[in-house]
Design a protein around this ligand. Structure first.
Ligand SMILES: [Fe+2]
Length: 335
């Protein structure tokens, strides 16, 4: 696709000239970047939703410093339990255990990673949602072995038939971390401790949101999406089927692209408010995949979501605990 230049940066759009772009021309040694460059990058981010930078040469400190130019960062909730990544603002999403060995099938870390292979938006399960994720590779497993797929939830919403738009426009979504984890690894997450449940209670956000530049609308949903509530505050029937039908709609070929991790230093920066993504699943033959993520809090009007609908407070949480198996999720994907 044709490249263009803006303020000294070279931009190469990826899908339909509207979704995803590779950007070059930044001197990453100069982080923190000049305000004018940050402004240009945010304009590009609003437009393309996913920006990819190759061979940045960033390290932990400059990765975090650049991210902090975009807003306040989430603190890694397991910070303190591991010293492998020595920064509280970085989430270790590698396939490494805390001791540096590669995670093995059957381990808790492996099970946790399976949820990342389902289509999602980072931190949708938090009441204070995230706007950006910035994932930096420190080592990659080799050609074609580590990929991240992205789907354009703006275009998916704009092309949804009008009668379905009518049905979903005012819907509230209940998101829960444990829901996606249970979908991906039911045997590992079938029993939650009260402590685990207490750490990550459900969060509530509108299904349809304004895009960050205020010019359009977009879906905001994820594998964490557990139940849908209509305008009257009551749970919609067949919430899970509706959710996976919508995820299936958003992730059709025409709305998505696959981004390949080519080398250490590659940085992918996406906007969770107007895209969905999924990681390639772990593979025992994959080799080391050391990727670390900073996560920037949303600071827009919808950052804190909405209050729990009446129906969420009156319907027992356990009613829809076991809803679909990972097999049926995959079937929905194929459909
Ligand atoms: Fe993610």
């Amino acid at each position: 696709m044709a490249s263009f230049t803006v303020d000294g940066l070279t931009v190469t759009p990826i899908l339909n000239e509207t979704f995803g772009a590779e950007v070059s021309g930044i001197d990453w040694e100069q982080v923190p970047l000049p305000d004018a460059t940050i402004k240009t990058l945010i304009t590009l981010q609003d437009r393309y939703a996913v920006l990819i930078f190759r061979n940045t040469g960033l390290n932990n400190d400059r990765h975090v410093a650049f991210s902090q130019q975009l807003g306040a960062l989430e603190v890694n909730p397991v910070w303190g339990n591991t010293t492998r990544v020595n920064n509280q603002y970085l989430f270790d999403v590698s396939n490494f255990e805390a001791d540096g060995s590669i995670a093995k099938r059957g381990s808790r870390r492996w099970a946790h990673s399976l949820g990342n292979a389902l289509w999602h938006t980072d931190s949708a399960f938090n009441q204070h949602r995230a706007k950006y994720s910035l994932l930096l590779a420190h080592s990659v497993p080799g050609e074609g072995k580590g990929t991240t797929e992205f789907a354009d939830t703006r275009r998916a919403w704009s092309e949804l038939p009008e009668e379905r738009k009518e049905k979903f426009r005012d819907v509230i979504v209940e998101h829960e971390l444990w829901h996606s984890r249970r979908l991906a690894a039911p045997e590992e997450y079938s029993e939650l401790t009260p402590e685990e449940r207490g750490k990550k209670p459900p969060a509530y956000h509108r299904l349809i949101q304004k895009t960050p530049n205020g010019e359009g609308e977009t879906f905001f949903l994820a594998a964490h999406s557990k139940r849908l509530f209509s305008k009257d505050g009551q749970e919609m029937s067949d919430s899970q089927k509706e959710i996976w039908d919508l995820i299936g709609h958003c992730t059709q070929e025409k709305y998505k692209f696959v981004a390949e991790w080519k080398s250490a230093g590659d940085l992918m920066w996406w906007d969770n408010r107007q895209s969905m993504h999924r990681a390639s699943a772990y593979d025992e033959k994959m080799g080391a995949r050391d990727v670390r993520r900073s996560t920037v809090y949303d600071d827009g009007d919808a950052a804190m979501g909405v209050a729990a609908p009446v129906g969420a407070l009156t319907t027992p949480v356990t009613k829809t605990e076991t809803v679909v198996s990972v097999t049926s999720v995959e079937q929905v994907h194929i459909m």
